[in-house]
Design a binder for this molecule. Structure first.
Ligand code: IPM
Ligand code: MG
Length: 362
């Protein structure tokens, strides 16, 4: 057997620990079956890290992550930490992890499973067959641009500032990830910007257009972000791969996620030029149901499948997990967020047991 993959676990806050425990059981099971071994170490991030160390992303956590082959993150944040000063809030843990590991590419798939067609708030015929990959730039743009801050002007009035900026290099590297992703899917890439107003978007559009000459097999289109938001709701099937900047990607990936009915189903991968990547559900820490065994662990479990596929190059193991998820859904098991009449309602831990069984039978 090859040496074990070192995986850092960041359970974080709220429902994080419950869904992480399911994901670890699932990983161990699939590993046993396919002869892949994992060594897990847990570290603090978000509110848990604030409570434990006073900082949302302690340097020991970053070091542990850097030394590992992949990082599995659950969720961070909660009302307990909402009134802290901005630089000490749990969200800074997430942003610090992204920039500290240089995870510039965020892949957020939104796929409608036929089993959950009725969970969407849109009409079934609008969402049936939707399969979108949002490629979001994650370490630049207005989230990190300088200058930023709240400044006091001469008049004494305060002024809040953030800066949306992208260099050619930053645009090209996320562009390449997006074109490569589209190439492996249905060869359609839509770049989303606000080039009718923003200079930064004009450069974005220019570089994407230039890059497209290297990818003649991929059809590139452009949309303004307001129109893209509308088109996602009007006719989501027109999209295959979407590439966009940090802020637009934040917003559009939530829109795309909700097409599927529950954000509780969606995984994501944050990748840099080399491992480790960070793999995490798109949803948050759901403090209102934390500790009640109600959470849907499937986004976390599907994030482990992204870890296997994109982080550890273990596509067979990734597929085993995806098949187990489909099998459990086909048997009618649902957590409360995706429950509909006639289905079998289960809690988080029970869903985990069913997945482990399904992998065993797979
Ligand atoms: C996300 C979240 C984060 C973001 C927050 C929690 C900082 O909304 O991952 O989409 O804005 O990127
Ligand atoms: Mg978001």
């Amino acid at each position: 057997m090859d040496s074990a993959f070192q995986i850092t676990l960041l359970p974080g806050d709220g429902i994080g620990p419950e869904i992480m425990s399911v994901a670890v059981d699932v990983l161990r099971t699939v590993g046993l079956q396919l002869g892949i071994s994992f060594e897990f170490q847990t570290a603090l991030v978000g509110g848990a890290a604030i409570d434990g160390t006073g900082h949302p992303i302690p340097s020991v956590t970053l070091d542990r992550c850097r030394e590992s082959d992949g990082v599995l993150l659950a969720a961070i944040g909660g009302p307990k930490w909402d009134n802290l000063p901005a630089h000490l809030r749990p969200e800074q843990g997430l942003l610090g992890l992204r920039s500290g590991l240089n995870l510039f590419a965020n892949l957020r798939p939104a796929q409608i499973l036929p089993q959950l067609l009725n969970a969407s708030s849109l009409k079934p015929d609008v969402v049936d067959g939707v399969d979108i990959m949002v490629v979001r730039e994650l370490t630049g743009g207005i989230y990190f641009g300088q200058p930023k801050g709240i400044f006091t002007m001469e008049s004494g009035e305060k002024r809040g500032v953030n800066t949306m900026a992208y260099t050619e290099g930053e645009i090209d590297r996320i562009g390449r990830v997006a074109f490569d992703t589209a190439r492996q899917r249905r060869q359609k890439l839509c770049s989303v910007d606000k080039a009718n107003v923003l200079d930064v978007s004009q450069l974005w559009r220019e570089r994407m257009t230039l890059l497209s000459t290297e990818y003649p097999d991929v059809e590139l289109s452009h949309l303004y972000v307001d129109n893209a938001a509308m088109q996602l709701i009007r006719c989501p099937k027109q999209f295959d791969t979407i590439v966009t900047g940090n802020l637009f990607g934040d917003i559009l990936s939530d829109c795309a996620a909700m097409l599927t009915g529950s954000i509780g189903m969606l995984p994501s991968a944050s990748l840099g030029a080399s491992p480790p990547g960070v793999f995490e559900p798109v949803h948050g820490s759901a403090p209102d149901i934390a500790g009640e065994d109600k959470a849907n662990p499937l986004a976390q479990v599907l994030s482990t499948s992204m870890l296997l596929r994109y982080g550890l190059s273990q596509p067979q193991a990734a597929m085993a997990i995806e098949n187990a998820v489909l099998s459990v859904l086909n048997q009618g098991y649902r957590t409360v967020d995706i429950f509909s009449p006639g289905m079998k309602r289960v809690g988080c831990a029970e869903m985990g047991k069913l997945l482990v069984e399904a992998i065993g039978n797979g």
